[in-house]
Design a protein around this ligand. Structure first.
Ligand code: NAP
Length: 253
């Protein structure tokens, strides 16, 4: 889809952007003219993401980084800012997908979904303060708004991330930095969570599909379009919000 947004001159960092929703967000910003940096752990997907970003003609920077490691985050954010010449938009997109209600599940969610967003924001702050159109986007989930029998850690850390979005927006307003979150519904793409569940847990996949009033899973591009809007001047008076992008899935409880 040809984008109507113009991000020429913007420098965009996507933390956790080599696959799925993060990759779509990175490519959407690149297509709209931005210089884009992406980090993830896996090298192969990063190479592919860098080639896809560079194909749009702008600066493409990728770096391996484990967002569960505070020193690695610090190094990545500074390296990305150096490669792009600053940071205008920070997208905190990674997840540990902590579905199991055990210490590993809680730690994965706490470190990757929540603390990585807190830490990347902290390290990016000096660059964002120097930007004339700074914003932070967090990827939350509609899981943040509903109790669930399975996946309590995931839902709880996403709820914390959405609440942090409000406090962070308030704290950064005086620096003219907007902070928002996107809460996707269930998004399907090759080798992603819902593609795997379709193959491995077809009952769960079918039950979830039945709860999406539009009758299909969402697509990563539909989250990317919301990210472009929230980072754009069209959303210049929007801060501290979590925008559900879910085809009405959240309305079904
Ligand atoms: P995904 O397919 O698992 O991709 C996650 C991306 O983050 C990958 O690039 C991954 O690369 C990177 N990543 C994961 N852990 C990392 C770490 N410790 N350090 C650095 N990079 C890391 O995820 P997704 O399904 O696209 O979801 C993206 C976001 O949307 C997440 O925050 C998720 O909670 C949220 N969300 C997704 C859905 C959905 O249905 N898919 C629904 C609601 C919300 P590596 O693994 O190589 O590091």
């Amino acid at each position: 889809m040809h984008t109507t947004f113009d991000f020429h001159g913007y420098r965009v960092v996507v933390a956790g952007g080599s696959r799925g929703i993060g990759r779509s967000i990175a490519l959407a910003f690149a297509e709209a003219g931005a210089a884009v940096s992406v980090c993830a752990r896996g090298a192969a997907a990063l190479v592919d993401a860098r080639d896809a970003i560079a194909a749009h003609g702008g600066t493409a920077h990728t770096q391996s980084c484990d967002l569960a490691d505070v020193r690695a985050i610090e190094g990545y954010v500074h390296d990305a800012a150096a490669a792009l010449g600053g940071i205008d938009v920070l997208v905190n997109n990674a997840t540990g997908y902590g579905f199991h209600d055990d210490d590993d599940g809680w730690n994965a969610g706490f470190q990757v979904d929540l603390m990585a967003a807190v830490r990347a924001s902290r390290f990016a702050l000096p660059y964002l303060k120097a930007s004339p159109h700074a914003s932070i986007l967090h990827t939350s989930s509609i899981a943040a708004f509903h109790p669930r029998r399975n996946g309590a850690p995931y839902a709880a850390v996403k709820a914390a991330l959405s609440h942090y979005t409000t406090s962070q927006a308030l704290a950064l307003a005086e620096s003219r930095i907007r902070v928002n979150a996107i809460a996707p519904g269930s998004i399907e793409f090759p080798d992603g969570l819902w593609d795997r569940r379709r193959r491995e847990e077809p009952d769960v996949w079918r039950a979830t599909l039945a709860k999406i009033p539009f009758g299909r899973f969402g697509r990563p591009e539909e989250i990317a379009h919301a990210a472009l809007f929230l980072a754009s001047p069209y959303a210049g008076w929007i801060t501290g919000q979590t925008l559900c992008v879910d085809g009405g899935q959240g309305l079904m409880g």
